[in-house]
Ligand binder design. Structure first.
Ligand SMILES: Nc1ncnc2c1ncn2[C@@H]1O[C@H](COP(=O)(O)OP(=O)(O)OP(=O)(O)O)[C@@H](O)[C@H]1O
Length: 657
């Protein structure tokens, strides 16, 4: 151990024993001294230790990377440009996840060994809990950008390093990542890192904004700045709002700006609550106006800002009309209301919007409770048929012996037990409107041919009738099972399958949706409205955390029930963990650990039909994760999560390297 390291350890011990006011610690900023205390008192780290940085094995690094695949892809450009600026001065660039694990890294290959030893490397764990006071770890703990310079580090092994880190926040105010530049050696004064700090903050801001703009590319984006000159190229504040003018995302600076204006979260607030302008005015902020005429003031502190509003690509203004609803004629409001910005769902909604009045039949698939019937109703309400009936038939709920008479109807006295006045039948009831056939996979095979005739000929033949009756219906069918598989097994007619499947809409399970928070807030507002309450219940952060971690096997139906229950029993308008239904917490806890059951990829028992189906697809793609994810239309990360949930491992850890 060197003399400098011995001195350093003595200083840290003094602070630990006598507090932050110790004279020998006066050269260190308050934030550093507080971190030292945290390391000793909370993380139980020994100031005398000399522990090299922990580098995770490659499969663990991969797990961390997979959690943020989209983000990494976007951040890469920022890392490369930043590296070009600083490489000549001996810095490396690191990007860590919110837990402090380095998930991307750029450094000088010639210094590979030394960088690895110092922990300036892919896979290094810089959380404060493991590494002590350091750029990344202390940035995560404080949520602020900072430089941890040489002797600021807790562990004496790190004192040659200088590390400057800035947080990158997500669109709901959560910490997404930390951007860091570090060097193995540097001048002694900490001020030498001043420009480094500004540079890292600037790039962190740009990565945050780039990710935000990508995530909300299908929504209204409001760019705001205090001066008009840089508004187009480098806005300070970003907000994403839905078609009703409600905030669904924001960057960090916008959160801080509006935190000063009013208490409470920014998500869910209305445009006209935040600004002295109404939603109808928004049209005049869409790029047609010269930038310096786009001034707007905030509602609270009357702060002057400049605003540039960009509508979603598919919904661009057609004739200069103002107001969001009128600007966005392509997506009808009932469909728009189904999503709070989930990209997968938005894609389905945009596709369906194009088919809204077309005669093609639609097939909606999705796990139970994903809102298939809700979606079908929204299609009906968005279409020209909205004045006609919406008839929903659950093929699984009607006894097989009654399906025929219920659906097709019958003439008086056509069979024993028939009502004397006959029955019109649900297909005929839907005339002029939409017939929703839920659980179509349960339609008895014998009736499938008759249904096909209804679809092909647009006529229905009631039992006992000699002549068919014409019907004008739009058919939307839904199933949670794999209809193609039923066709292969001979349990479902292929001609009916193709007729029903004019277009296929696949609804994502709730656990894969990015708008869970939005759906919770929407359901809370629904609850308040239904009960004539003026204020909407709020969700305490601990409760939100539990809800976000839950696996939601019952999807939106389960969420709806949980929210209804919690909103009804909570006190003072805030939902605490105790307000969640009994057993919910146990289920959440049980959902978190690794699955015990491991379905073997190539052979062996499979736990359930979902796993079996997924294994089939994986096998079909030779266990290539990217190809399988592409085939299923989901992100690789989602596929990994689904495999994990179902206990599927790739055989011999084969992977798509
Ligand atoms: N977009 C939505 N907004 C609010 N609540 C919703 C939404 N979609 C579904 N729900 C809630 O979830 C419940 C179940 O929805 P729905 O019946 O449409 O699902 P499903 O996929 O057809 O279910 P199943 O497969 O079991 O028939 C609804 O009764 C409603 O409470």
């Amino acid at each position: 151990m060197q003399h400098r390291q011995r001195e350093h350890i003595a200083t840290v011990i003094q602070v630990a024993d006598h507090g932050v006011a110790t004279p020998s610690a006066r050269h260190h900023d308050e934030v550093i001294r507080s971190s030292w205390l945290r390391c000793v008192n909370e993380h139980r780290l020994d100031p005398g230790r000399m522990q090299e940085a922990v580098i995770l094995p490659s499969e663990r690094i991969r797990e961390h990377q997979d959690q943020m695949e989209d983000f990494l892809h976007i951040a890469r450009h920022g890392l490369e440009t930043l590296y070009q600026q600083v490489a000549g001065m001996g810095y490396v660039v690191l990007l860590t996840d919110a837990r402090g694990v380095t998930v991307d890294f750029l450094g000088d290959l010639q210094l590979d060994q030394s960088l690895r030893r110092a922990g300036l490397y892919l896979g290094s764990d810089w959380s404060e809990r493991h590494a002590g006071t350091c750029g990344v770890g202390t940035c995560i703990s404080t949520g602020e950008a900072l430089t941890v310079h040489q002797g600021d580090h807790f562990d004496a092994i790190h004192i040659p390093l200088t590390c400057t880190s800035a947080p990158v926040y997500g669109a709901h105010g959560e910490l997404n990542a930390v951007l860091d530049i570090s060097a193995l050696s540097s001048p002694l004064p900490k001020q030498s890192q001043h420009l480094a700090l500004q540079l890292v903050k600037m790039y962190a801001h740009q990565i945050e904004n780039a990710h935000f703009l990508h995530r909300y590319r299908h929504e209204w984006i409001l760019r705001l700045s205090t001066a008009p000159q840089f508004l187009d190229v480098n806005p300070e504040y970003l907000l994403a709002v839905d078609a009703g003018g409600r905030v669904i995302g924001h960057n960090r600076r916008a959160e801080l700006l509006f935190r000063d204006e009013a208490a409470g979260p920014l998500i869910g607030r209305m445009f006209d609550e935040l600004f002295k302008a109404s939603l109808e005015d928004l049209g005049r902020f869409v790029s047609a106006q010269p930038v310096d005429q786009r001034a707007i003031t905030t509602a609270g502190n009357k702060r002057l800002l400049f605003l540039l509003a960009s509508p979603p690509p598919a919904r661009r203004m057609q004739s200069g009309a103002a107001g969001i609803e009128r600007i966005a004629p392509a997506i009808p409001a009932p469909l728009m209301a189904l999503s709070g910005g989930d990209p997968q769902l938005d894609r389905q909604i945009e596709r369906v919007a194009r088919l809204i009045n077309s005669p093609v039949s639609l097939l909606i698939t999705g796990e139970t409770g994903t809102g298939k019937e809700y979606f079908a109703k929204a299609i009906h309400q968005s279409s020209e048929r909205r004045a006609g009936p919406f008839i929903a038939v659950n093929c699984a709920a009607i006894p097989e012996t009654l399906i025929e008479s219920e659906l097709f109807g019958y003439l008086p006295g056509s069979f024993s037990g028939a009502a004397t006045r006959g029955k019109r039948g649900l297909i005929a009831e839907a005339d002029g409107g939409t017939l929703f056939l839920d659980e179509i996979g349960d339609m008895p095979r014998a009736l499938q041919a008759r249904l096909l005739r209804v679809l092909a000929e647009k006529e229905v033949l009631p039992i006992g009738a000699a002549r068919p009756v014409e019907v004008n219906i739009r058919v939307v069918a839904a199933t949670h099972c794999d209809l193609k598989q039923l066709v292969r097994e001979g349990r479902f007619r292929d001609d009916l399958y193709y007729r029903l499947n004019g277009a296929h809409i696949s609804l994502p399970p709730l656990r894969d949706r990015h708008d869970l928070k939005h759906m919770m807030e929407r359901m809370l507002r629904q609850h308040a409205k239904q009960h004539g309450q003026k204020t909407t219940a709020a969700i305490a952060p601990e409760t939100a955390d539990l809800l976000m971690r839950h696996d939601w096997p019952g999807n939106l139906r389960e969420l709806y029930n949980v929210i209804q229950y919690a909103a009804a029993v909570c006190s003072h308008g805030v939902i605490q963990p105790d307000d969640l239904p009994e057993g919910f917490l146990d289920k959440t806890a049980a959902a978190c650990p690794q699955p015990q059951l491991h379905a073997r990829g190539q052979s062996g028992a499979v736990p359930n039909a979902d796993a079996e189906r997924l294994i089939k697809t994986l096998r079909g793609c030779r266990w290539n994760i990217s190809a399988t994810a592409q085939k299923l239309g989901i992100a690789r990360m989602t596929l990994y999560r689904r495999m994990k949930r179902l206990g599927i491992e790739t055989p011999n850890h084969l992977d798509d390297k």
